[in-house]
Write a protein that binds this ligand. Structure first.
Ligand code: IDP
Ligand code: MG
Length: 150
């Protein structure tokens, strides 16, 4: 078996607050400094249908509509990040969902805070399971085949 085929992948998004605050480089830098590899990256304006699919698990929650509106409020950066246990590892780098209590040293803990908005603005998204990663990568990188000459 090709060992590269088993390397885990996750979908990371820099949300509109991260792009507006010029934190793309800081976030990419933390991912790379940890030792993970970025195998695809794009900046885009998401559309509502992508976001409704991406955040399907949150449909019906009070913050769902504010979340979609926030994610539509400006460009985002989508990345496929690779490495052993990267799903768990990136969520550890990102920190807790609520930036007020996210541990110092994490992206959310160091760089975000409560802004008093209906939706928590916390700079990044990271997939939470192998199944979510596969589904979310397909939303943001539909049909992309990653081949690298080594
Ligand atoms: P996660 O991004 O840490 O995986 P999820 O529970 O999947 O957190 O929620 C998705 C996003 O929705 C969060 O990153 C945050 O922006 C927002 N969110 C989650 N829970 C709340 C809440 O209780 N109030 C407001 N916004 C929330
Ligand atoms: Mg989540």
């Amino acid at each position: 078996m090709n060992p590269a085929a088993s390397v885990e992948r996750t979908l990371v998004l820099v949300k509109p607050d991260g792009v507006r605050r010029n934190l793309i480089g800081e976030i990419v830098s933390r991912i790379e400094a940890k030792g993970y590899s970025i195998s695809a990256l794009r900046m885009l304006d998401a559309d509502r249908s992508m976001l409704e699919t991406h955040y399907a698990e949150h449909v019906g929650k009070p913050f769902f509509e504010p979340l979609v509106e926030f994610m539509l409020s400006g460009p985002i950066v989508a990345m496929i990040v690779e490495g052993n246990r990267v799903i768990e590892g990136f969520r550890s780098l990102a920190g807790a969902t609520d930036p007020t209590v996210a541990a110092p040293g994490t992206i959310r803990g160091d760089l975000a805070r409560d802004q008093g908005t209906k939706v928590v603005q916390n700079l990044v998204h990271g997939s939470d399971s192998l199944e979510s990663a596969k589904r979310e990568i397909e939303i943001f990188f539909a049909g992309l085949t990653i081949e690298r000459k080594s």
